[in-house]
Each structure stands twice: as C-alpha cells, then as structure tokens.
Design a protein around this ligand. Structure first.
Ligand SMILES: Nc1nc2c(ncn2[C@@H]2O[C@H](COP(=O)(O)OP(=O)(O)OP(=O)(O)O)[C@@H](O)[C@H]2O)c(=O)[nH]1
Ligand SMILES: [Mg+2]
Length: 212
C-alpha cells in the first residue's frame, strides 16, 4: 500500500470553466456546488469562483472552480483567470452547433495562457435537449480523442453526469499529483521553475503548473 501523506496535507486545485455564452457554465457550477439550477440565469459578468470540497480516497480535496463570461465584452482579464489553473472544463451546448465549432478557439486560448497541458474535459451540456440535438455524441467523442481530452455529456437541468464531470477532472489532477509526490523529489522544484511536466495517462494530458 502507498504511504499515507503526513497529516495536514491539503490539496487545492484551481479549475476553470470556459466556453461560449449560454452553454450552461454557471449552471453546471451551481449544480455541482449547491445542487441548484436557474432556468433564467443571467449572463455572467466578470469572474466568479466557488470552492467545493470533494472526498477522493478518503482525502479532502478542495476544488476552486472559476467561472467567467462567455461573452467577450463581459470577460475579465484572461491571464489572471487562467493563472494557477490545473484543470479545465470546456463546455459547448449539444443543441447549438456554433458553440461546438468554438471549441478549438477555447482550446487555443487555454494553450496561450497556460504553458502546460492541463487535465481537461470536453463537456457537451444540455443532453436533456435530445429532440433538438445538433452535435452527435460521436462528434464530441472524436474531437476529444483528437485533442486528447476527457469527454462527457451533461445536463445541468436534470443533473446527469454533472458531478462525474467535475470529479473526473479533480481525480485526474489528484492522481498525478500523488504520483509525483510519491515518486519524484523534484516535484516542488519543477513547480517553482514553472517547468512543463507532461504525463500521458490514457488519452489525457495533465500537469500541475499553469503560469504566465
Ligand atoms: N435545457 C437545458 N438548459 C440549460 C442547461 N444548462 C443551462 N441551461 C440554460 O441555458 C441558459 C444559459 O445558462 P448559463 O449557465 O447562464 O450559461 P453560461 O455558459 O454561464 O453563459 P455566460 O455566463 O453568458 O457565459 C440558461 O437559460 C440556463 O437555464 C441544461 O443542461 N439544459
Ligand atoms: Mg455564466
């Protein structure tokens, strides 16, 4: 069995949620953090974040999830938004193809502001809107494979997969940090030097340092 960490060890992971306006970013976060959904939510202005405690293997992991405006004119300074992020959810709306077509742009922004790859999940939200679906599950999956991302479809409205989406990202970050702490003395110096530490885990890229 792996050695237990010293008592008092804490994990705090910053995760950013990005994607076009009205894809459901704020509702995904409120569903995850407070089990709430707002059918008439207003567009986000600036930046908000919530901290949610998640139990992973009996350890307390704090996820600080940041939500910002999809609309350019309401966005806060992006470099500050991304600073220190170790995970990301990139969200589109399965009933609006244009939001899926924007994913590459959001990935580009992530890569511009973070000099390392992160634990990133592609999220097709509003899976409850099956009758007006414009993006198939296969298209989502295949883009995720191409870009080496996790993939999931969610519904903030009926709660499908919302917790799983966030917890998969949190666990991916956690597992890699644990591996690093247990297996490598150089973890701390790597972080302080802002060096890229890329670990290929299945089809997912992860690392623990985002700064610029
Ligand atoms: N049917 C359905 N509607 C949803 C779902 N998630 C969000 N919505 C609705 O979509 C609209 C936009 O949701 P928001 O969460 O405010 O979207 P956002 O991505 O935060 O938008 P910005 O803050 O402008 O970037 C609201 O009317 C929500 O009620 C979902 O899973 N299913
Ligand atoms: Mg919002």
């Amino acid at each position: 069995m792996a050695e237990e960490p010293e008592t008092g060890e804490e994990y705090l992971f910053k995760i950013v949620v990005i994607g076009d306006s009205a894809v459901g970013k704020s509702n995904l976060l409120s569903r995850f953090a407070r089990d709430e959904f707002d059918a008439h939510s207003k567009a986000t202005i600036g930046v908000e974040f919530q901290t949610q405690v998640v139990d992973i293997d009996g350890k307390e992991v704090k996820a600080q999830v940041w939500d910002t405006a999809g609309q350019e004119r309401f966005r806060a300074v992006t470099s500050a938004y991304y600073r220190g992020a170790v995970g990301a959810l990139i969200v589109y709306d399965i009933s609006r193809r244009t939001t899926f077509e924007s994913i590459k742009r959001w990935l580009g922004e992530l890569n511009t502001h973070c000099d390392t790859a992160m634990a990133t999940m592609l999220v097709g939200n509003k899976s409850d809107l099956e009758n007006i679906r414009e993006v198939s599950v296969e298209e989502g999956k295949s883009l995720a494979e191409e870009e080496e991302l996790f993939f999931i479809e969610t519904s903030a409205l009926d709660s499908t997969n919302v917790t799983t989406a966030f917890e998969t990202v949190i666990r991916a970050i956690y597992d890699n940090v644990r591996r690093k702490v247990l297996n490598s003395d150089s973890y701390k110096s790597e972080v302080s030097l802002n060096r890229v530490s890329l670990v290929k885990d299945g089809n997912t890229k992860q690392s623990y340092c985002c700064s610029k």
